[in-house]
Write a protein that binds this ligand. Structure first.
Ligand SMILES: C[S@@+](CC[C@H](N)C(=O)[O-])C[C@H]1O[C@@H](n2cnc3c(N)ncnc32)[C@H](O)[C@@H]1O
Length: 289
């Protein structure tokens, strides 16, 4: 890790002015302009994080990129807006020439992502979920700025209103913790929602599943029926979880579990259910990739 304590960083408002942009909310462009928040973000990476290659999704005008360059050996920044990419390549031309920064132009959902060792990103909120599902399986530490409700869903416990597909799937790959709420005024232009920073520390789950993709599809399917009992949710969503014999699953699972609602099952109970579904439900391989 490099020592960034004595460095002064580019001023976020000056970066916006130099880039000649205002931030387009329809394209998820809400630039972080609060220096104190910006300065804290890399500090939320666990202390033993390998910082040799940091990944930033949605680099904007580079206020966070600047901090990442001070914290890591190398940085890859992905940005979809060609105007911002051109600006980043000019603004950070020294770091690019020194082979410390790579700016990838493109949609973070499509571009090939590098084998980074950690990611710190102020995510585009409309794509937070899909981007996270690309990052989580990499099992690297993540620090992500997301919408506050989204953060609550990532870190939610069973039995709460926020607990759902996102909580189980995020929990499958790591431990999510909300480390800082961030108000609207920290951004320019201010988003219509509150934000929060979430730290995700990768870890192996305390349970086993027969197949990651099947488990995640199964969780997604069952949560589409979160107000139903587990029994009915399994029956009603066989077409989503690709089970050809859902009745065999219902017959194999204990009655107490079948009477619960999906939102009351812990990840470990979900895993046990998925194991039964995989064993007895004759899942097709179709749709699992
Ligand atoms: C919330 S802003 C963060 C900008 C900057 N990192 C900051 O903290 O000020 C999100 C950035 O992601 C970019 N963006 C939006 N959707 C994207 C996508 N699908 N792939 C890559 N970048 C995207 C936007 O153009 C914008 O610059």
């Amino acid at each position: 890790m490099k020592d960034s304590s004595s460095r002064s960083f580019r001023d976020p408002d000056a970066l916006i002015a130099r880039a000649g942009v205002a931030g387009e909310p329809d394209y998820d462009q809400h630039f972080l302009v609060d220096d104190r928040v910006l300065d804290r973000l890399t500090g939320y990476l666990p202390t033993d994080t390998d910082t040799s290659h940091l990944l930033e999704i949605g680099a904007g005008t580079g206020a966070l990129t600047d901090r990442l360059l001070a914290h890591g050996e190398r940085v890859t920044a992905v940005e979809r807006d060609p105007t911002l990419v051109e600006f980043l390549r000019t603004e950070f031309e020294d770091a690019i020439a020194a082979d410390r920064l790579t700016v990838i132009e493109g949609d973070a959902l499509d571009v090939e992502l590098p084998d980074a060792t950690a990611s710190v990103s102020n995510l585009p909120y409309s794509a937070s979920s899909d981007i996270l599902f690309r990052l989580l399986p990499r099992s690297i530490p993540l620090v992500v700025m997301v919408q506050r409700e989204f953060a609550a869903r990532m870190a939610a416990d069973p039995g709460t209103d926020e607990y759902g597909r996102l909580s189980v799937t995020a929990g499958h790959y790591g431990e999510s913790e909300i480390v800082e709420p961030v108000p609207q005024e920290a951004f320019s232009p201010a988003p219509p929602v509150e934000s929060a920073v979430v730290q995700v520390v990768p870890r192996s789950p305390a349970y086993t599943v027969p197949d990651d993709a099947f488990f995640l599809d199964f969780v997604t399917a069952v949560f589409t029926q979160r107000r139903k009992t587990v029994r009915n949710a399994i029956r009603n969503t066989a077409h989503i979880s690709n089970l050809t014999e859902p009745e065999n699953v219902v017959a194999a699972v204990d009655d107490e579990t079948l009477r619960k609602r999906p939102g009351d099952l812990s990840p470990t109970q979900f895993a046990a259910l998925a194991r039964s579904a995989f064993e007895h439900g004759e899942p097709t391989v179709d749709g699992r990739d």
